[in-house]
Every structure is written in structure tokens, then in C-alpha cells.
Write a protein that binds this ligand. Structure first.
Ligand SMILES: C[S@@+](CC[C@H](N)C(=O)[O-])C[C@H]1O[C@@H](n2cnc3c(N)ncnc32)[C@H](O)[C@@H]1O
Length: 239
């Protein structure tokens, strides 16, 4: 049996019989090691590990407190890359959404949430209440399968305000009167583009694959999103 299969078999047996322990009950050094391994993807350095273990033992920090410090550390933000390109795009959109300005009337282009009925903007962390949010997206059966599970089009009252849905292409915004929104946002503009789909589905994109050495590009459209904006492209790690 190849070594990989052996490892998988041993792991399965181990998983069946070894008792699991909640993180909050782990002994200090073990809790610190696991927190470093999981969050920073490395072993604790001797000084840092000892200090955290001592603070846990003395009750100065809880295990959750240690994990929280590592998860919000500069090292985590700067040195731990996001290995999954879709997750990376999602994190980028979340951070962008959290930094958007307050607006009363919002048009969100491509704004469906993968599973929730009140749209992505609310759940990605838009910070302000609004008077009206219109989410534009393709008709359900024209969307990628992962975006078919959210809204079916019924208006809903979200925790930030009322949300309406309009299912049509974002390229055609002629039905909206001039000046009828205070903020027009397109989360779809930050997305991985494969060579196969880059042209047809991203009207604003100016040949991003030409600039990209790998197989996936990220597009960020300019001020005139979605159909006429300028575009920059960058290579993703997951090519
Ligand atoms: C990358 S997802 C973004 C979803 C969500 N706004 C977010 O930020 O997580 C892209 C969304 O844009 C929609 N979309 C793609 N092309 C579109 C088009 N031409 N018109 C309207 N919506 C489109 C997709 O159906 C999908 O829901």
C-alpha cells in the first residue's frame, strides 16, 4: 500500500478511537502550540510560546484570548497568505464592502448571496443602515450553480434595511433613472477570471490574461463599472 494511503488509514483509525478535547480544556502548552499551528501556520517560537503558556497557566489569558491575539496579529495579516483563491476574493470583497461610504439608496450589481435571501452586501459587512438596496443579478438559471441558492427574488427586510431584487444583466442599467442611487457597487468586479471565461462574462475587463503569468486573474474594474470601466489585472497565487 502506498505511504499516503497508509497515512490516511492510520488517521482514520486514530480519529475513531482517540478522544477529542475541546480547545478550552487543552493544557496550556498544547493550546498554544495548536493555536500557532492553526492560525500562523508555524511552530511557536520559544519565547512567544513560553510567554503565552505562562499567561494561560496564570489565568491572565484564556485560550480564546490567545487565539484572538494571533488571529488579529500583524503576522497573521501580513505573513499568512490565503491559499484558496475563491476565499481570497471573498476576503477582498468583505474588506472592500466594510470600507464603503454610508449611502441611503444602493444598487449592488451581482449582489446575490450564496445562501442567504437578503444579498451579499449585508452579510459581507456593510456597516450602515440604508433606505433601499436593489440587488441586480442574472436570472437564477443563468447563474453559476454556487449562486443559485440565495434569493429567489422576493423583497426582504434585512437587518440594515429593505432589499429588492432585479434579475437581469448588469450590463443593461437603462431601467434605472439617473441619480436614483447614492452608491452603485459591484462585488462581481473582484473575482477570479479563468482564461476560458475572461472575455465573454466580464465586459469591463481588458484582456487580463495578457498580464497574468498563471491561469487565474483577478479583475478590479474602475469607476465606470461594469461595462466601460478601465481594468487592472493581477496574478493569483492559485494559478
Ligand atoms: C463573484 S459573485 C459576487 C457575489 C456577491 N456580490 C459577493 O460579493 O460575494 C458574482 C455575482 O455576479 C453575478 N453576475 C455575473 N455576471 C452578471 C451579469 N452580467 N449581470 C448581473 N449579475 C451578474 C453572478 O450571478 C454572481 O451572483
Amino acid at each position: 500500500m502506498p505511504p499516503r494511503e497508509w497515512k490516511q488509514r492510520v488517521a482514520r483509525v486514530y480519529d475513531r478511537f482517540a478522544p477529542t478535547v475541546p480547545f478550552r480544556y487543552l493544557p496550556p502548552r498544547q493550546a498554544v502550540r495548536i493555536a500557532f499551528n492553526v492560525i500562523l501556520d508555524r511552530e511557536p517560537d520559544p519565547a512567544g510560546g513560553a510567554e503565552y503558556a505562562q499567561k494561560l497557566a496564570s489565568g491572565e489569558l484564556t485560550r480564546h484570548g490567545v487565539a484572538e491575539m494571533l488571529a488579529h496579529s500583524e503576522e497573521f495579516r501580513r505573513r499568512v497568505p490565503i491559499g484558496n483563491v475563491l476565499l481570497s476574493m471573498h476576503v477582498s470583497r468583505s474588506e472592500f464592502v466594510a470600507g464603503l461610504p454610508a449611502a441611503a439608496r444602493i444598487l449592488d450589481l451581482g449582489g446575490t448571496h450564496q445562501g442567504l435571501p437578503d444579498g451579499a452586501l449585508v452579510h459581507l459587512g456593510y456597516p450602515y443602515p440604508f433606505e433601499r438596496l436593489v440587488v441586480v443579478d442574472l436570472p437564477v438559471d443563468e447563474r453559476d450553480a454556487i449562486y443559485q441558492g440565495g434569493s429567489r427574488g422576493e423583497p426582504v427586510l434585512s437587518e440594515l434595511g429593505p432589499v429588492e431584487f432585479a434579475f437581469h444583466s448588469m450590463v443593461d442599467l437603462g431601467r434605472y433613472d439617473d441619480g436614483s442611487f447614492d452608491l452603485v457597487y459591484s462585488g462581481q468586479s473582484t473575482q477570479p477570471i479563468t482564461l476560458q471565461v475572461a472575455g465573454p462574462t466580464t465586459p469591463s475587463t481588458v484582456s487580463p490574461w495578457r498580464a497574468c503569468r498563471r491561469r487565474t486573474a483577478a479583475s478590479v474594474s474602475g469607476p465606470k463599472v461594469p461595462s466601460t470601466g478601465m481594468c487592472s489585472a493581477c496574478c493569483s497565487r492559485a494559478g
